[in-house]
Design a protein around this ligand. Sequence first.
Ligand code: IMP
Ligand code: MG
Length: 184
Amino acid sequence: MTNLPKDIERVIVDQSAIAERVSALAQKIDEEYADVESLYIVGILKGAFIFMSDLCRKLTTPHTVDFMALSSYGMRGANSGAVRIIMDLRENIANKHVLVVEDILDTGATLNYLTRTLGSRRPASLRTCVLLDKGRSEVETQVSYLGFQIPDVWVVGYGLDFAEQYRTLPYIAELNQAIRKKSA
Ligand code: IMP
Ligand code: MG
């Protein structure tokens, strides 16, 4: 790919690979929820918004969507592991089949917190669909559906940001290391 934006090092997953994988994930989810009347899809803001919208539109399983916003303490990716809810779900999920859609697994703290918190609300079932995994999760996490395993670098695009920038790039790319250090 030519003409990458400034501060983008390289493309890790291009647009067509993303589209192909999202379709495959949707197909697998449809197969496994074939007997379910309705699925309650929970997107985690902001990072999962593009992945979630593409995934939902590929599903044939009847579903509704809701969102949660979480925050980990610390700025610009500096992660202390403490997570809190900024915006909660609109509905009670008791007895619902819940599928959490998240952008990326880094330390695993966010997903771990989510599965514990939502699990305690007594859903009929709870699974997770995560677009990217950096493979360095330190805590116990259960990913039911995974998009891509990627190297342990800071990635942006397709919903993911660095200091709120680059979310709407159509591909997933590695950010130049120098800019992270500069603003850390
Ligand atoms: P964890 O709780 O350490 O697993 O971090 C997960 C959250 O950190 C994700 O939901 C993202 O919001 C953010 N994050 C971690 N790594 C990256 C990255 O490479 N790019 C953008 N956001 C990231
Ligand atoms: Mg996130």
